[in-house]
Design a protein around this ligand. Structure first.
Ligand code: ADP
Length: 447
């Protein structure tokens, strides 16, 4: 579970706890207040005669503080209700009690008249079956409960506000920088080598982590640059002796008569040629990372037609087809893109039997242009599809046709420099499809 989700769960748990705790406080407070009222009512109905006398005296003018908010009256067996003493704040109050109704334990009742909607009421028996009724309005207790509920709600809101502020603080200090770091790391993995982890709030753990990661990325970049420079320099230095080697081998191949020596010279020449190609590929690869692209509008249909013609010339008996709409265009380095598509096409010629058809496809979709080179050859085992793009990668069948093992790495370098993506796919009908996805606009990044 992400830290953000855990934080959300913690806040939700706190909210639930606050609501439940508030509800419990309200419930117990209401029970307490009701018990207080009931105790008052029960005490008065316990001695009906004495209470009646007390009420009559109070009504006659000697109103005591205890009875100031109590309704005391009688209900005759005939149903006649007599108010002996009414609450000072609600003189019209009339509780609902049936004649002869024995209510020893106080109960809640609605009223038939007066301002208070509900009362706690109990009855005692007087002489002749007349009931003594004692009722206390719950209005004041209800209002107090309302105030308590409001206070609890305000206190809860204040707690939530503080917790919310803490959450925002934690997110700003800890979570937002982590999210930004993840985005930056993803971008770096996708090829944005100059991207760095953004600054986090000063003094936070995220800031320390970001600084450490940036230092590591700088060090990695430096060492990559040094390695690339070394490969470029070494390849460059190898060019001249290789050319000399080839020259001498060619020169003497025709002159020697001994067949063994002639064969040795032929092999030296072939290997020197292969090594020369390797050196050229290495140089291309190192310059691809460094050189800026020469961007311009490219007519993809025309580019594929040109590559198809070249492939057809190389192998006239091969079936090479192009499937692309006329209007597919993108902004790219035309020479490099042609080099990439040509490398894929040449691979198809080299790694598949001549009977296998080769298809060059292109289409535009959602601001991107997809170029595919497919063939009906033996294909590549699925577990090897991802690593064919690696430098010097060999799939299980080995390397055919004197390839250098850098062809697909160069294609990948060209596509990455354009800000695009690449993939090798194994279609269900067999063969292999190499897919290049390039931004149609001019978002190509400098290496
Ligand atoms: P190479 O110089 O060996 O062709 P690449 O980088 O161009 O190097 O290709 C890497 C490997 O991918 C090749 O050795 C080959 O085994 C495999 N491969 C490339 N294209 C195809 C294809 N069209 N069909 C089958 N295998 C292929």
């Amino acid at each position: 579970m992400t830290l953000q989700r855990r934080l959300a769960v913690a806040v939700a748990a706190l909210l639930v706890t606050l609501v439940v705790a508030g509800g419990l406080v309200l419930l117990s407070q209401r029970r307490y207040v009701t018990r207080q009222l009931d105790a008052q009512v029960a005490a008065l109905v316990a001695r009906p005669q004495a209470t009646l006398s007390l009420a009559e005296r109070a009504a006659a003018g000697a109103r005591g503080g205890v009875l100031s908010e109590v309704w005391i009256g009688t209900v005759a067996p005939t149903g006649a209700v007599t108010t002996v003493l009414a609450p000072a704040s609600d003189p019209g109050l009339l509780p609902r009690v049936a004649p002869g109704e024995a209510l020893r334990v106080p109960v809640g009742r609605s009223t038939t008249a007066g301002d208070a909607p509900r009362v706690r009421v109990a009855t005692g028996t007087l002489k002749g079956g007349t009931l003594l009724v004692v009722a206390v309005p719950t209005q004041r207790a209800d209002a107090a409960m309302g105030r308590l509920a409001l206070t609890l709600a305000l206190a809860g809101a204040a707690v939530l506000l503080v917790v919310g502020a803490i959450v925002v603080w934690v997110r700003r200090l800890g979570l937002a920088p982590i999210r930004e770091m993840t985005q930056a790391a993803d971008a770096i993995t996708a090829g944005e080598r100059d991207r760095r982890i953004p600054d986090a709030p000063e003094g936070s753990e995220a800031a320390h982590l970001g600084d450490a990661l940036n230092a590591m990325l700088d060090a990695t970049r430096d060492s990559e640059d040094r390695m690339r420079q070394f490969v470029a320099d070494a390849s460059h230095e190898l060019r001249t002796p290789l050319t000399t080697l080839r020259g001498y081998a060619e020169l003497h191949a025709g002159r020697v008569e001994d067949p063994d020596t002639a064969d040795a010279l032929r092999r030296i020449r072939a290997e020197a040629t292969r090594m020369h190609r390797l050196v050229e590929d290495l140089l291309t690869l190192t310059s691809l990372d460094r050189a800026t692209l020469h961007l311009g509008p490219v007519d993809v249909r025309r580019l594929l037609d040109d590559v198809a013609s070249d492939l057809q010339v190389a192998q006239p008996e091969r079936l090479v087809t192009v499937e692309a709409a006329a209007g597919v265009r993108l902004v790219a380095d035309e020479e490099r893109l042609t080099q990439a598509v040509m490398a894929l096409g040449t691979n198809a010629l080299r790694h598949t039997p001549v009977t296998a058809a080769v298809r060059l496809t292109a289409y535009a979709t959602g601001g991107e242009v997809v170029i595919e080179v497919s063939d009906d050859g033996p294909g590549i085992p699925p577990e090897e599809l991802a690593r064919v793009w690696d430098r010097f990668a060999r799939v299980s069948q080995g390397r055919a046709g004197g390839g250098t093992g850098l062809g697909l790495a160069i294609v990948a370098g060209i596509v990455t420099a354009h800000g695009g993506r690449y993939a090798a796919l194994s279609p269900p009908q067999g063969g292999v499809t190499f897919r290049l996805v390039l931004p149609a606009g001019s978002q190509a990044e400098g290496p």
